[in-house]
Design a protein around this ligand. Structure first.
Ligand SMILES: Nc1ncnc2c1ncn2[C@@H]1O[C@H](COP(=O)(O)OP(=O)(O)OP(=O)(O)O)[C@@H](O)[C@H]1O
Ligand SMILES: [Mg+2]
Length: 272
């Protein structure tokens, strides 16, 4: 069966140029930036596109601050959106459980040896985690350990099986209230929205990457994609514009095929 509208898991992030993100190749994204810089809007745009691209991305949301993302619970199946501590741990456990189910299933597909879920055109699963740092700063040591371990599982095991994470946070710090350092190395796409101090940018991109010193407006920033890392410089960009009054309709349309069971085992194995 030919799937003519298969788009190779790519979305264009930019308003005025071709800046394609392959969200299963450069899986796992980090979006950092100050208040009001456009992090959540960029995350909403990614969510909308990943859900609407064939094979339809399955969306899971953690929104501790109950902002715009939380509203999407009205359109998603049960167990897809979390905001309290209990719900967040439940969702992370559930997401990793689904991931393990897919890994198990993948091993039973004939001729799947040496292949990835991308090769088999399996629907991606994506966890969008807004205000990552605000939640983790509320956890005690034991809870933080449990949280880190779940996130680590997702970014380390998920890649080959199309299970991803978009972590949105004001400061991309490592340590007690921030990211585990191992996790931080796993982001194929790293974005910093808006203006920032050099030290904030070093925190986001690391010491070796040269960053841009433009004046940015809301919805503008700089990014680095693993697969485009021919230079050690970040790339400035203007995020695709979102029109809030149209957004809800777009989500209604793009979320029509959200179904864990169906998506988990869906694949198209090409004979070679
Ligand atoms: N891509 C975009 N298209 C249209 N408007 C945008 C875009 N990005 C940002 N804006 C404007 O900037 C405002 C702030 O953006 P957003 O809520 O995404 O910021 P944030 O970084 O998530 O801030 P906070 O830390 O407060 O959550 C939006 O309400 C919107 O008006
Ligand atoms: Mg936000």
């Amino acid at each position: 069966m030919a799937i003519s509208f298969f788009n190779n898991y790519e979305i264009n992030l930019s308003e005025n140029s071709d800046l394609n993100w392959n969200y299963v190749k450069d899986i796992n994204a980090l979006i950092a930036g100050k208040r009001g810089s456009g992090k959540s809007f960029l995350g909403l745009m990614m969510t909308k596109s990943i859900a609407g691209n064939f094979p339809y991305g399955q969306i899971f949301i953690v929104d501790f601050k109950r902002s715009d993302f939380y509203r999407l619970s009205a359109l998603l199946p049960e167990r897809r959106v979390a905001s309290t501590k209990e719900e967040i741990f439940d969702l992370l456990e559930y997401y990793t459980k689904l991931m393990r189910q897919r890994i198990k299933f993948f091993e039973t597909i004939p001729n799947s040896f040496g292949k990835t879920a991308r090769d088999l055109k399996m629907p991606p699963f994506y966890l969008i985690y807004d205000e990552f740092g605000s939640f983790t700063s509320k956890l005690d040591t034991k809870e933080k350990k449990r949280h880190d371990s779940l996130i680590k599982d997702i970014v380390l095991l998920g890649r080959q099986f199309n299970f991803g994470l978009i972590a949105i946070m004001q400061q991309a710090s490592v340590g007690n209230s921030g990211l585990d350092s191992l996790v931080k190395e796993q982001f194929g796409l790293v974005v910093h929205m808006g203006n920032a101090t050099s030290s904030a940018l070093r925190q986001t991109f690391g010491e070796d990457i040269e960053h841009q010193k433009f004046r940015f407006k809301n919805g503008q920033g700089q990014l680095r994609l693993d697969s485009l890392s021919y230079s050690n410089m970040t790339r400035p960009f203007t995020a695709k514009k979102l029109y809030p009054h149209l957004l809800w309709k777009d989500f209604e349309t793009n979320f029509y095929d959200q179904n864990d069971e169906k998506a988990l085992f869906d694949h198209e194995l090409k004979e070679q």
